[in-house]
Design a protein. Structure first.
Ligand SMILES: Cc1cc2nc3c(=O)[nH]c(=O)nc-3n(C[C@H](O)[C@H](O)[C@H](O)COP(=O)(O)OP(=O)(O)OC[C@H]3O[C@@H](n4cnc5c(N)ncnc54)[C@H](O)[C@@H]3O)c2cc1C
Length: 239
């Protein structure tokens, strides 16, 4: 773990994005410009244990660097989870977080010369929202970008309208949400068959996987089975 200093951030806004999923806006107290790379995360130090390491929980930054000192997190409540139970019960507007960051190497390549597959479930969309918004804002040259987002039901489609609007603004952005537990006008089932259908022709590609272990393990296994090198796969494992 890096030795970045602990900093303070005040919660300025909270909204419900989906059942048991909230967006938190945090204003960093010691700077006017909180800079980070899209895809990075912060670590919160929550007062839930006497042992420092047991108090730390990491969250991807869901917003993009915009020259301000405010960043956004999107957090799902885990039933029985010590950190998220604390956040959902105790953290209101005005709460002061202690946090470290930004941290992490789950970031865009310097030059985007391959197709990008952003594969995620649930709040795993956070780093990809940051990356795609950043690509849009800075007009970064790119090839096809496939944002494949899995969740259970329509009500769990995080940032749905925003992602659809981005497909109009960002050329070659393909936003493909899929629901595992509800029929609708879009795709259904898990994320895996969706990228497999696209990569069977073996385009030059980089894979970014974000979310929980089951999805990531299965995606790595399937992508390498198709013949891609492990080096083409980047992951952010939430737990
Ligand atoms: C780099 C990084 C970035 C992360 N970014 C986010 C983010 O943007 N949003 C977010 O909501 N979470 C994110 N997480 C997960 C987060 O750090 C916590 O693990 C999560 O909030 C649960 O914390 P807890 O204290 O409530 O549960 P704990 O009491 O710590 O969790 C108990 C166990 O449940 C597992 N677990 C936790 N959540 C889930 C889940 N939803 N499904 C299946 N198993 C789970 C954990 O692996 C752990 O073994 C991230 C994790 C990492 C490492």
């Amino acid at each position: 773990m890096s030795a970045l200093p602990w900093r303070k951030g005040i919660v300025t806004r909270i909204t419900e994005e989906a059942p048991q999923t909230r967006r938190y806006w945090i204003e960093v107290s010691d700077t006017d410009n909180f800079d980070f790379k899209p895809g990075q995360f912060v670590t919160l130090d929550l007062p839930i244990s006497d042992k420092p390491a047991k108090r730390w929980r990491s969250y991807s930054i869901a917003s993009w660097p915009d020259g301000s000192n405010v960043f956004e997190l999107v957090i799902v409540l885990l039933e029985g989870g010590a950190g998220t139970t604390y956040i959902f019960n105790e953290v209101n507007v005005g709460y002061e977080f202690t946090f470290r960051g930004a941290l992490g190497v789950f970031t865009l390549p310097d030059t985007i010369d391959k197709e990008l597959f952003f594969i995620c479930t649930g709040t795993g969309i956070a780093p990809f929202r940051s990356m795609v918004q950043y690509i849009n804002l800075h007009n970064i040259p790119h090839k096809n970008i496939y944002l494949i987002f899995g969740c259970r039901q329509k009500c769990n489609l995080l940032y749905y309208d925003e992602m659809r609007e981005l497909t109009v603004k960002v050329p070659l952005l393909h936003y493909i949400p899929t629901l595992s537990r509800e029929e609708w006008e879009g795709k259904t089932g898990y994320v895996h068959s969706i990228y497999e259908d696209i990569i069977h022709t073996k385009p030059e590609a980089l894979f970014f996987l974000c979310g929980w272990k089951n999805m990531i393990d299965e995606a790595k296994q399937r992508i390498t089975a198709i013949g891609y090198d492990r080096k083409s796969i980047h992951q952010e494992l939430y737990g």
